[in-house]
Design a protein around this ligand. Structure first.
Ligand SMILES: Cc1cc2nc3c(=O)[nH]c(=O)nc-3n(C[C@H](O)[C@H](O)[C@H](O)COP(=O)(O)OP(=O)(O)OC[C@H]3O[C@@H](n4cnc5c(N)ncnc54)[C@H](O)[C@@H]3O)c2cc1C
Length: 593
């Protein structure tokens, strides 16, 4: 197994050369987020990821988190790594300065999260879930709740969880049954939550659970769900930790991957009800969850990028090391390193070009998130919000679906050793598998894309995004032969993307089942096309900067061309699936399956 090295240079190139990152430092509150600051932060975070988190990844997978007697012990080294993480200030990077955070924009914190995820996906979920909980409290909690919880959570001495899922309520949260009964200033919470990431552990002093539950008089369905803060240890008026609350982890799941991330069954209220505090107004819990969804879904999309990068690095290392078979067409009869074989190179190029496209698109979404949050011009802010809303389901689902293929290729490049756990390639494939499921499955993301994001505005945002891509294609066309190839392939794909979008908008209201049948192919089509947009930008940036390091930038041109010639043509098949495949999806009745 190879040591992991955070690809700091690639990440900085993607952020600085392929997005509007330079505009972020012009936004109010983000003046310090300059290119130089990004250089310094990425360098230091990369060292922490490589040196502290990455070495725990494989032992953590083998050992896993351990449950006994309602306690969960994190895998060896995780608690100490978390202590160092907090001490070094990494938890507070994107936190509000009013609560002790460093106030850096998503453009930087999202990329830094990529480093944690690549180094150790199981570990990264602990701070990621805390960030989600912080954001929900920040936007919706009372000043008193914020004062009690946010400083410690931003610092990282207390961690956060998101308690949404119940046995009967997964994708469909309208079926949540947990109860909240008023009692003076607080509520008594009871019910069972399942699949709660880092719901219990020994890495922090306190765990702050955000819990969806229903009040006694709540209307049925999604409009009757409220959000509560339920701390593991109650917090006194002076901020000191008090009695243990009535919430317990009754078991943890045995699962396919992310073994070191405890996935907990949480029981609330076995002894009379856990004390909880209402966040915001009653019955608006699900709406509040949506506030942090863009961040959380972007975060999971970035997990896809990260685990794919890890698999790629491992595969390159193995392909250089493993000697097998003579080189086809060569005169040397001796066997060569498998990296010499065209099929291995095809797989490595496929992995690398897709990672570059996915990474850049996720950073574009992060920059848009910052602009949408604080841009001083209302019209620009609205436009950026529409862009974010459109991109998020694509980044989440496309990057994580591609991560399945990329980690699969990582195993394939290892041959039989890929199937053997000690190389680590299999772990990346297993760990990647959850990313298309949690935080909304691919199917749910695709429905969100075609409904709320595409059809609701009659396709206006999609048209604007595709026009942006067309402009990038034409800029690339001015950049030599590679630019012309990328521009042609992208323009051809864009035509089909527009036709698919028009078809989807036309079908959505009258034929919703037909539209839904094509939703996932449509999402993948848009991801592939927008990946092409990023590759067009890469051609322009690499051409402009080439003289400073020809070999490095030529590699960027090569991956852009590979993407244009191997990934963009897939759009035509996806277009057929979207516009012509819906009928066959629905041909058989239930009994025929
Ligand atoms: C390791 C792990 C960690 C998790 N962490 C957390 C956590 O921290 N907090 C938390 O609250 N939850 C967490 N979850 C739960 C996770 O978010 C859910 O598993 C996920 O939302 C899917 O719900 P479900 O498992 O009930 O699947 P279901 O909702 O039963 O879905 C089953 C299948 O049906 C499809 N489907 C459902 N509805 C539709 C529809 N309308 N149209 C088309 N297809 C549909 C889905 O796409 C899926 O393929 C975690 C899960 C796991 C496995």
């Amino acid at each position: 197994m190879t040591a992991f090295a955070t690809p700091v240079r690639d990440m900085l190139f993607a952020l600085k050369s392929l997005t509007d990152f330079d505009q972020v430092a012009r936004l109010p509150g983000y003046e310090e987020a300059t290119a130089e600051l990004a250089d310094a932060v990425f360098e230091e975070a990369g060292k922490f990821a490589n040196g502290v988190l990455a070495p725990l990844n494989q032992p953590g997978d083998v050992q896993g988190a351990q449950w006994s007697d309602y306690q969960v012990k994190a895998a060896d080294g995780f608690a100490e790594a978390y202590r160092q993480f907090v001490e070094a200030g990494w938890n507070s990077l994107g936190g509000d300065t009013a609560f002790g955070g460093q106030g850096l924009p998503a453009a930087i914190s999202v990329a830094v999260n990529e480093m944690w995820c690549a180094a150790n996906l199981s570990y990264s979920l602990l701070p990621l879930l805390t960030q989600g909980a912080i954001e929900s409290l920040h936007h919706h909690a009372s000043d008193a709740l914020k004062a009690t919880y946010l400083h410690k959570m931003v610092e990282g001495v207390w961690t956060g969880t998101m308690n949404l899922t119940e046995p009967q309520a997964g994708s469909d949260l309208s079926q949540v049954r947990s109860k909240a009964v008023p009692e003076g200033e607080h509520y008594r919470i009871s019910g069972q939550k399942i699949f709660i990431t880092w719901g219990e552990h020994d890495c922090a002093e306190n765990i702050i659970h955000l819990v969806l539950a229903r009040l006694p008089d709540a209307p049925a369905g999604v409009k009757g769900i409220s959000l509560f803060v339920v701390p593991k240890y109650l917090v006194g008026a002076d901020g000191a930790l008090g009695a243990r609350n009535d919430v317990r982890c009754v078991s943890i799941e045995h699962k396919l991957g992310i073994h070191a991330s405890p996935t907990c069954v949480m029981q609330f209220g076995e002894q009379g009800g856990a004390i909880g505090y209402l966040v915001g107004e009653p019955n608006r819990g699900l709406e509040y969850m949506f506030t942090m969804m863009n961040h959380a879904r972007l975060g999971v999309g970035v997990e896809g990028v990260a685990i794919a990068e890890r698999a790629y690095q491992q595969a390159v290392w193995y392909a250089r090391d493993r000697v097998q078979s003579r080189e086809l067409g060569g005169s040397n009869p001796a066997p060569v390193a498998i990296i010499r074989h065209p099929d291995i190179r095809r797989m490595l190029m496929s992995m690398r070009s897709q990672i570059e496209a996915m990474r850049a698109l996720s950073y574009v979404a992060a920059v848009a998130l910052d602009m949408a949050a604080v841009h001083p011009d209302a019209a620009a802010q609205k436009q950026q919000q529409a862009l974010v809303d459109f991109l998020i389901p694509i980044v989440k689902a496309w990057s994580t679906e591609q991560a399945q293929e990329i980690t699969y290729l990582g195993v394939q490049i290892h041959g039989g050793m890929g199937f053997i756990e000690e190389t680590g390639a299999a772990q990346f494939m297993r760990d990647a598998r959850i990313t298309t499921i949690y935080e909304g499955t691919t199917g749910i993301q695709a429905l969100d894309l075609i409904g709320r994001k595409l059809a609701r505005d009659g396709g206006a945002t999609a048209r604007a995004v595709l026009a942006m891509a067309a402009a990038d294609a034409e800029k690339a066309r001015t950049c030599g032969e590679t630019g012309a190839r990328v521009a042609d392939a992208l323009q051809a794909a864009l035509k089909l993307a527009q036709q698919s979008s028009d078809w989807m908008v036309a079908q959505f209201s009258g034929q919703p089942r037909a539209a839904a049948a094509g939703a996932v192919p449509y999402l993948k089509l848009m991801g592939t096309v927008l990946g092409g947009m990023m590759m067009a930008r890469q051609v322009v940036a690499a051409t402009l900067q080439r003289d400073s390091d020809p070999a490095w930038f030529d590699a960027k041109l090569a991956t852009a061309r590979f993407y244009a010639e191997h990934s963009l043509p897939l759009v035509s098949g996806l277009h057929v699936q979207v516009t012509g495949g819906a009928d066959s999806v629905l041909l058989m009745d239930d009994a025929q399956f």
